[in-house]
Ligand binder design. Sequence first.
Ligand code: GLA
Length: 381
Amino acid sequence: MKSAVTSKFKELYGEKYGLYFSGGRINLIGEHTDYNGGYVFPGAIDKGIMAAVNPNGTDRVRLYSIDYAQSCEFGLEEADKPEFQWARYVFGVCRETIKRGGKAGGFDAVFAGDVPLGAGLSSSAALESCFAFAINEIFANGIDKVELARIGQSTEHNYCGVKCGIMDQFASCMGKTGCLIRLDCKTMEYKYFPFNPKGYKLVLVDTKVKHELASSAYNKRRESCENAAAAIRRNHPEVEFLSDAKRVWLEEVRSEIPQEDFLRAEYVIGEVQRVLDVCDALERDDYETVGEMMYQTHFGMSRLYEVSCPELDFLNRLARVMGVSGSRVMGGGFGGCTINLVKDELYDDFVKAAVEQYKDKFGHEPLIYDVQISNGSSRIE
Ligand code: GLA
């Protein structure tokens, strides 16, 4: 990837550039909790987006995407929003930097990615974080990394139509090798947890399914949660986010909100608690409990939050049947990967069975990813 990016940059724009990288993310547990003010537990991975970037002294941005084999040029005013979706991520990052009082002048950039698109590994957050970091550096804005994550999140909200939480961009910017990050999305307090389970491996199995309309379904989930929180708040004014609510408080408003909103909220309240339970279990090196919580999350995401699909449920059931310690859909859902906590001795058999049986059932092989938990956004050259 590095040589592809740098040689294309030299061909198109010249010899001088800085090289930047931001990874995608995994999340051990805490799904759809971020925009509810709850906890998440992600880490950055070694697969992501790499970009060669150099200011060009004009007020235009010239971009080349290696993966799309397309170039795009745009100005930096709100009206200059580019036509290609992939370029809008970069445009949004520029605009959000400017809105925060930072400078984003013209620059040239070539970028490529090795994080699979639509696999639930947050390739878009990797792209946003990579450019947020690079722009901050080349124009010496001095914006801190947490705010850079917010620039990426606002880009999703304002330029890509996804009302996402902060988890993906936070992990992509703030990741640390070998560590997962427990982030309280309400206070933005965070703590790094070294994650190196002895005797287990984390394995991602990608269904290669990506559902259209995932972003409108995602936004709808968020609305349901906000609805439920608003109903609870009428009785308990201290409830700012759904994560502040107790299960019994939700019960009080059962008849006042649509059944659908109730189920979504039930999932979220359970999930917030599971993150804390997982942290306790990790402190005791109790990976079987961690795994059990992952199965509970899958059940909730499938039946209550309804963001799973037959392919993901199939892989989850297979994991259970084979005695895999933990398995669940990872990320927003509607396709993408399962994340599995597998004992070393079971690893080969599980991977083999997942590939074979999934192919028998759905007619195509899933992909198996082996990822390393890595540092977040950085300059690499
Ligand atoms: C997507 C969003 C995140 C988060 C997850 C679900 O990845 O970008 O903010 O809500 O879904 O946990």
